[in-house]
Design a protein around this ligand. Structure first.
Ligand SMILES: *[C@@H]1O[C@H](CO)[C@@H](O)[C@H](O)[C@H]1NC(C)=O
Ligand SMILES: *[C@@H]1O[C@H](CO)[C@@H](O)[C@H](O)[C@H]1NC(C)=O
Ligand SMILES: *[C@@H]1O[C@H](CO)[C@@H](O)[C@H](O)[C@H]1NC(C)=O
Length: 166
């Protein structure tokens, strides 16, 4: 009976952690949301910094750029702040570009069109390691901790029941 019980407990503990898996799952983030990657209007020059400020970027996630007659240029910090794509790290112009976030730290993107960049078509993302704590907890971590909590409550009830039987 005791070995059955410990097997049960171990299984439940494993289940509790397996429920964490969706939290760690890599996400594909669509840059700009429905607007995609385009020249911002005169009244929305902050659209990409606003878009980035509402999200967390983790290693393993990817950015999806959707655009027409434009380009995505990965640049360094200097290129980003000067809207200068003349020393690109990489250049894409296929209309649909997926960038995998593989290293922690900042990544800089500009439109290859200098005027587009000057009008706000540039993006800075800070890539984080998965284990780093976010100052603003995401709704996912809340649901993960509540599922661990409910599993622990379940485990506790099993133990109470089992000890009354034994
Ligand atoms: C920006 O201006 C356009 C019209 O030029 C308008 O339709 C849109 O709602 C405005 N957006 C914001 C965020 O003010
Ligand atoms: C494509 O982009 C270039 C540079 O921004 C611009 O000169 C040209 O008019 C654009 N063409 C179309 C079809 O939008
Ligand atoms: C970009 O920087 C280079 C020097 O690295 C300079 O020659 C060029 O004129 C700059 N381009 C723009 C559009 O500012």
């Amino acid at each position: 009976m005791a070995s059955f019980l410990s097997f049960y407990c171990v299984t439940l503990i494993i289940l509790a952690f397996t429920n964490l898996a969706p939290v760690m799952a890599a996400e594909e983030l669509e840059v700009g949301g429905a607007a995609g990657w385009r020249l911002p209007g005169a009244n929305e020059t902050e659209m990409y910094s606003q878009w980035a400020s509402t999200r967390r970027f983790l290693i393993g996630d990817s950015l999806s750029f959707e655009y027409k007659n434009d380009s995505v240029v990965v640049v360094d910090k200097w290129g980003y702040y000067h809207c200068n794509a003349s020393h690109p790290i990489s250049v894409y112009n296929t209309g649909n570009t997926i960038i995998n976030l593989e290293r922690p730290g900042p990544m800089y993107f500009v439109s290859g069109d200098h005027d587009h960049c000057k009008n706000g078509q540039r993006l800075l993302v800070e890539v984080n390691r998965v284990h780093q704590e976010s100052p603003a907890p995401s709704p996912f971590s809340t649901s993960a901790s509540s599922s661990i909590f409910s599993n622990l409550v379940f485990l506790y009830m099993i133990l109470i029941t089992a000890s009354s039987i034994l």
